[in-house]
Design a protein around this ligand. Sequence first.
Ligand code: SD4
Length: 291
Amino acid sequence: MWGMIATWRMALEGVTQASETLKAGASAAQSVVSAVAEVEDFPFYKSVGYGGLPTENGEVELDAAFMDGDTLAFGAVGNLVDIANPVKVAQALSRERFNSVLVGAGAREWALSQGFADKTMLTERATQHYRKRCRETIDKGLSPYDGHDTVGIIGLDLYGSMSVATSTSGLFMKRRGRLGDSPVIGSGFYCDSQIGAATATGVGEDLMKGCTSYEIVRRMQQGMTPQQAADSVVFELEDRLIARFGRVGDLSVVCMNRQGEFGVSTNIKTFSFVVASAIQPPTVYLAERRA
Ligand code: SD4
């Protein structure tokens, strides 16, 4: 059995390509990183990698992570500026015994020292979007934080190994230096090949309050199906935040267990995700919030 599951429709192309290699015997690690890198490279996805939307200062700061479910090794970068493919930097960091999470100038320096390409990640299109939002925010009083999505991809390979990778430009108009859940282990992602993996997308400040991805994996370990684990974590977190914090942001998750069974849950109206496996070709599905 092999399988992949990914957040958002934008992952379709990357998953389609990576699933070909996965079924031919590539590792889960290689497959999730190449699938995420594909999304990062596409200039029209506004919330991931090249073409991602900027901070309130007009700079693109990228977050990404990688976790290997066999060794539990993980690496992450936060607020990385002008380096192509943050997910590849995160994977390289996962091989480091120490210093495997780097942010800001230090992350960029390390990436350059390892030969990662220096690339201007702000596109003309993202700049136009930024200028428009600056005007609208003043004119219409818009919330500057609308408009964001993280790609998170889980892979299970033919040898039973699992990996997960994430990448995002975070919330549009975020404050400089702001870190979301996507590079934070246990919140934006978690993976243990002996149990399963989970990854989240939505408002990082809220997803982190529930240590969302770790909690899903823990519940699968305790015997829940992936769907039960995903639903119970999302609904409980939503209820808890509404009751105690007064409101909740977008929360969406995908997960998969070591048998390749998957689960999806969301508190937004429709959440798109992509699945590919030995029993189905790469397909986009829509999940809906609970009635
Ligand atoms: C963040 N969770 O930086 C990310 C953004 C995201 O759908 O996934 N939005 O908070």
